[in-house]
Design a binder for this molecule. Structure first.
Ligand code: GRF
Length: 205
């Protein structure tokens, strides 16, 4: 399966996918990364892609007259690489109608909380503020809501008392360790086995 990965930040989830592909030179991981896209320049995620010799593209909201035009440009830039799956790995933008029309049902996201709890951009902080004892991460298909699409897999992380002291930085790091393994596992299984989405249930044979 051909993957396009979208990033906005440090790209450690992208790196985990790159490492999984590189660890199986016989192609047995089942997926290859064909390009990496971002919504901003100069981020570490793009550097990781470049070091791996992958093509990259940047689609900045501010370079377009409105969100619909940005969404169209992102759709076209992504479609150029003919992906079977698109992975939002810390991509901090909500895509629009055109992107979903083109990639719906094969666009997955990783989120640092146990959905449907704590959707949105501040999931770790929100979970801490709520006072939960466990949180984690969710890999899910993207639909037209914010972090609302069908869940593929989740991982659990315990909150420690000291997590309240640093505002969630250490908790987010522990979540990301689980998240990277989960994402690598899910992407590989979707790519190797295929899948069906039946309502909210994702079936991977
Ligand atoms: C991940 O926790 C992702 O779920 C969140 O931002 C983080 C991205 O980390 N939205 P990285 O850029 O993959 O290191």
């Amino acid at each position: 399966a051909r993957l396009v990965v979208l990033v906005s930040g440090s790209g450690t989830n992208l790196q985990a996918l790159l490492d999984a592909v590189a660890a199986a030179p016989d192609g047995s991981y089942g997926a290859e990364i064909v390009a990496v896209g971002a919504d901003r320049d100069g981020i570490a995620g793009l550097g990781r892609a470049e070091r791996a010799g992958l093509p990259t593209f940047v689609c900045r909201l501010g370079d377009h007259p409105d969100r619909a035009a940005w969404d169209r440009a992102l759709t076209e830039a992504t479609a150029r690489f003919a992906p079977d799956l698109v992975v939002s790995a810390g991509f901090m933008k909500i895509v629009g109608k055109e992107f979903l029309a083109r990639f719906g049902g094969r666009f997955i996201n990783t989120h640092p909380a146990l959905l449907p709890s704590f959707p949105g951009a501040h999931a770790v902080r929100d979970a801490l503020a709520y006072g939960v004892g466990v949180t984690g991460c969710t890999v899910h298909f993207v639909d037209d809501g914010v972090d609302t699409g069908p869940v593929i897999a989740q991982g659990v992380v315990e909150v420690r008392d000291e997590d309240h002291e640093d505002g969630g930085a250490a908790l987010h790091e522990r979540i990301k360790e689980v998240e990277r393994r989960l994402l690598v596992d899910v992407v590989g299984r979707l790519a190797r086995n295929g899948y069906r989405i039946e309502g909210r249930k994702v079936q991977i044979p």
